[in-house]
Every structure is written in structure tokens, then in C-alpha cells.
Write a protein that binds this ligand. Structure first.
Ligand SMILES: [Mg+2]
Length: 310
């Protein structure tokens, strides 16, 4: 049982990295173009979008690493430390960074306080560009550390989102996603149904309406789901949960997510975290993991977060 939980926890962080690195070279391309050029993307590719070597992770995993390292070091959620790590990472000049993340972290660099910058940036943003998936893609480490504390997991997931993404749709997408991961980690039957039962009434309508049909599908009833590949948090949550929870293997979940095109690395990362939690790290293809330089650190961090004492 303990081993099983560890394998699922490692699966979350490694699955996230696999989806991120598999999707990176085809990010922003449409599904038809990806198919024409590569057929199915089943191998880690070099170059492509962002022109990076095989197995290179992007901001999704880099920011999840900031969170996981902070949790491992402090044993608890220290939002100011996490904001500082985000700023240090931005200063390192990453090849990919989201618009809202970049502008909010710039505010903090300019002296605004970490707990107000996200809210101010959100208030200054227009509908249509105020609810991206930039906090969802990085939030999975909390699900491991707070898997047995459901109320804290919701609060922390929301607070962590608000550092850069204060929109309620972003905050609640992180909360719902992490509660689903925590249920998978602790072997709860019908993990998504349980979350909807427990916090469904608190969710913004857009989030609930996107996720309920997935639950219907998992129950075996027919539901009308039309997945989209944009960077909008609600569609990314929906696509990631759909592939992660319905695919027959971890590899299928991640490949199918990447083959949607568009925001491939983030949809892949979200689907990968779910699939890793469902199937465990042993289900992730070894040929992918060997290409990811951070795999050992991700494995160690997952183990550390499982054993976290506080
Ligand atoms: Mg990315």
C-alpha cells in the first residue's frame, strides 16, 4: 500500500514531465499538421517549437519543481517562498513563460507584494485573457503533500493559483484537479465523482459544466464532450482529466492529449499527472523517462512529499 502510494506520487510528477516534454516540440501546431509531420507523436522529439533537445521540459514542470522543492524544504505551504522561487526562475530567462505569469512576476520584481500582484494583474486583464492554464499546469505537488487533508488542499491550491492566476476559474480548477489526484493517490473509488459531490456546489459554473460530462462518461452513460486545445484553464482541465481518466494506458493518455495540438505541453502535462496517479510511475514508458534529465529529482521529491511530516 505504501509502495503503491509512492508509485502513484512519482507517477504524478513524472507523468507531468512526460506530457510536458512530449508536447513541447509541437506546441502551437494544429492536430492536422502534427499528424502530417509526425503521425502519432509517441517518441520524445528534438527541436520543433522552442528548438530544444529531446526530453526538455518547459515552464509547466519547471514551476511544479519550484513548488515541490519549496514543500520538500519547508514541510508546509510557504507561499512567499514559492513566489520568490517563481521570480528567481523567471530571472533565469526560461525559453517559455506564460503571459500572465510573466506580467505578475514582473510586478513582484518591481516591488509589489506577492499576495497582491496576482489580484491586481487579474483586475487589469480582459475577459478572454484572464484565465489561462498557467497555475493548473504546476499545481500537482500539493496533491501529494496534502492528499489526506482535503480542506487544506482546496485552500492551498487556490492560494497558490492566485499568486499569478487569481481568476476563480483558475483557483477552482486547481482545487478540483488536486482533489481528484489526491483521491487517485489514496485509492478512492470514483475519484472525480467524489470531488464533484464534495465541492461541486462551490465551483464556478464553467468549471462544473466542463467536468460533469466526464464524470457521466466514466459512469458509462453518454455525454456530449467537445474537447478544445486552447490555453483557457477550463478547456485544459477538461481535456487533461478526460484523457487522463479515460485512456487505457498512461502512454495513450499522454499521446492522445498531445495529439490534440494547440497547448500540447500543458494539456499533456495535466493528462500525464492524472494518468501517472492512476497507473503509477511503472506505467510510464522507460524510453521517455530516460530522456528527461529531471526524472531522478522528480522521483525523490515525490517520495519526500509522501513522507512529509508536519
Ligand atoms: Mg509549457
Amino acid at each position: 500500500m505504501a509502495n503503491d502510494c509512492r508509485s502513484r506520487a512519482q507517477g504524478i510528477l513524472l507523468g507531468l514531465a512526460c506530457g510536458d516534454a512530449l508536447g513541447r516540440p509541437v506546441e502551437f501546431q494544429g492536430p492536422d499538421r502534427i499528424k502530417q509531420t509526425h503521425g502519432q507523436v509517441t517518441e520524445m522529439l528534438a527541436h520543433g517549437t522552442h528548438g530544444q533537445p529531446t526530453g526538455t521540459i518547459t515552464d509547466d514542470t519547471e514551476m511544479a519543481l519550484c513548488i515541490a522543492r519549496s514543500l520538500a524544504e519547508h514541510g508546509t505551504f510557504e507561499p512567499e517562498d514559492i513566489a520568490t522561487r517563481f521570480v528567481d526562475w523567471k530571472r533565469s530567462g526560461p525559453f517559455d513563460i506564460g503571459i500572465m505569469t510573466s506580467s505578475t512576476l514582473q510586478r513582484i520584481q518591481n516591488g509589489e507584494s506577492w499576495d497582491e500582484a496576482g489580484q491586481r494583474e487579474w483586475e487589469a486583464s480582459m475577459e478572454g485573457s484572464n484565465a489561462g492554464n498557467g497555475s493548473l499546469m504546476r499545481c500537482a505537488p500539493y496533491a501529494i503533500a496534502y492528499r489526506n487533508e482535503p480542506t487544506e488542499l482546496v485552500d492551498i491550491s487556490r492560494q497558490s493559483s492566485a499568486i499569478t492566476h487569481a481568476d476563480p476559474r483558475c483557483q477552482w480548477s486547481c482545487a478540483l484537479f488536486n482533489r481528484t489526484l489526491a483521491n487517485l493517490l489514496t485509492d478512492v473509488d470514483q475519484p472525480l465523482e467524489r470531488v464533484l459531490h464534495e465541492i461541486g456546489s462551490e465551483l464556478p459554473d464553467d468549471v462544473r459544466n466542463a467536468v460533469e460530462p466526464i464524470e457521466t462518461t466514466l459512469r458509462g452513460d453518454s455525454a456530449n464532450i467537445s474537447l478544445e486545445n486552447s490555453g483557457y484553464v477550463v478547456t485544459t482541465l477538461q481535456a487533461g482529466l478526460y484523457h487522463g481518466l479515460t485512456a487505457e494506458t498512461a502512454e495513450d493518455a499522454i499521446v492522445d492529449a498531445v495529439m490534440m495540438g494547440g497547448d500540447t505541453d500543458t494539456i499533456g502535462a495535466v493528462a500525464g499527472a492524472v494518468a501517472g496517479a492512476r497507473f503509477g510511475e511503472g506505467a510510464l514508458p522507460e524510453r521517455w523517462l530516460t530522456e528527461i534529465d529531471e526524472a531522478d529529482e522528480l522521483r525523490q521529491l515525490a517520495t519526500g512529499l509522501i513522507e512529509r511530516q508536519h
